[in-house]
Design a protein around this ligand. Sequence first.
Ligand code: ZN
Length: 194
Amino acid sequence: MLHIDVMDGHFVPNLTLGPAVAAALHRVTRLELDVHLMLSEPLRYVEDFVRAGASCITFHLEADSPVPDTLKAIHALGCRAGLVLKPATPAQAAFPYLAQCETVMVMTVEPGFGGQAFKEEMLPKIAALREEAERQGLAPDIEVDGGIDCHTAPKAAAAGANVLVAGTALFGRPDYAQAVRELRAAGFTQKSFE
Ligand code: ZN
């Protein structure tokens, strides 16, 4: 998947890109677009991003849009949906919504800027989400965003994550495909992972 960080200069101080750029990316790749909305009002923009070609839209539990309505709106547009938790937000805050989420994403850095160090203290949160999902008979993707590299990928995977987002660890390398293969090998050695 191609993970797209959308920032509005309000929910986070940084400003990135909007639906027009997502649509342009969609035209030139067969990769699924995994759109991470760091917006104060994600509900206002979900339709634009689905039209732009998003396969999955995640938004922050801490944003101003009502969580159930936003999940419902994304699903009604035929798109996968999920919640994102900032480092300070406990796993328990997501528990009531797990049954409505195809994915739950744990931020292992403060959202807004690349290049930050992975917060190891988020590992129990990943484990708590996986445990609660299993207790509810659910198997959502558990995605980890922030500071993922060959050292942190195995820790996140061991805690229960099955989707890892990498930025700095890939974009600093001359061969992205090789860098992705190395991350997969580091993170998912116990599973056969295609
Ligand atoms: Zn992200």
